[in-house]
Write a protein that binds this ligand. Structure first.
Ligand code: FPP
Length: 237
């Protein structure tokens, strides 16, 4: 099936998110070091952006590195940093991203100066693009995001806040709440991913490991999303 045809048959999410889990297990299955799983997982991302865009979905978010992932062995973290550096460069250089808005969500202050600077440069360079929106969550923690938003509000002199105040101060303020969150590898949890924004998101936990996630899996995910009855706390007449 052509991806562009999906919208004629299925209801589409406006904002889809991927918690890309299972790289380590994929590597183990293939008797490879964990780093190879991450490389394979990173290589999958550009294909996912392309497919999601072809389907006609406007926003995609990737949970690539959480605030807790620094606790992994140094060698693994160093390998991930190399992949982030490569990804940031590709966003900058590749023509296919030239009409996309790219945002890095998370506390970037912990990254090396070159990654940090390039990330800020790309966000600035792409801020007026509207064709497709990619969020890469790096050193991201959902609770940390809420805390930084509240601290910003306190610093601005607020003594009481509204939900709207918090929403517009989160890292995600430039995109709508997620409609659909897909976590690969069969783990059934969100692990501090967008706790504020995900209250009405549909959740989906396919067993496939991230490096194996294919076009077929994406179509299956959309089919699943389309079958869900979203009521947002109301009842159906
Ligand atoms: C989860 O699999 C994956 C991660 C914590 C890191 C994901 C990051 C990348 C694929 C790097 C590329 C990202 C960009 C933005 C280029 P896991 O290691 O927890 O797998 P396991 O649960 O099977 O051990």
């Amino acid at each position: 099936m052509e991806l562009a045809e999906l919208k004629t048959q299925y209801k589409l999410p406006n904002h889809i998110c991927f918690i890309i889990d299972g790289n380590g297990r994929w590597a183990k299955q293939h008797h490879l070091p964990r780093s190879q799983g991450h490389i394979k997982g990173a290589n999958k991302l550009s294909k996912i952006y392309k497919m999601v865009r072809e389907i006609g979905i406007k926003y995609v978010s990737i949970y690539a590195f959480s605030t807790d992932n620094w606790n992994r062995p140094k060698e693994e973290v160093d390998g991930l940093m190399k992949l982030f550096k490569r990804a940031v460069k590709e966003f900058y250089d590749k023509k296919k991203y030239s009409d996309c808005r790219i945002e890095f969500l998370g506390d970037l202050s912990k990254f090396d100066a070159d990654i940090k600077q390039s990330a800020f440069d790309i966000m600035e360079k792409t801020k007026d693009n509207t064709a497709f929106h990619i969020n890469l969550c790096l050193n991201y923690g959902g609770r940390e995001d809420i805390v930084q938003a509240v601290n910003k509000l306190i610093a601005s002199g607020k003594t009481q806040v509204t939900m709207e105040d918090i929403s517009v101060n989160l890292y995600t303020h430039n995109c709508p709440d997620p409609d659909f969150i897909v976590r690969t590898s069969g783990e059934h949890r969100l692990s501090n991913f967008m706790p504020w924004q995900s209250t009405y998101a549909e959740l989906y936990f396919p067993k496939v490991l991230w490096p194996d996630f294919s076009k077929k899996d994406l179509i299956e995910a959309i089919r699943e999303y389309s079958s869900r009855d979203r009521r947002f706390g109301a009842i159906k007449e």
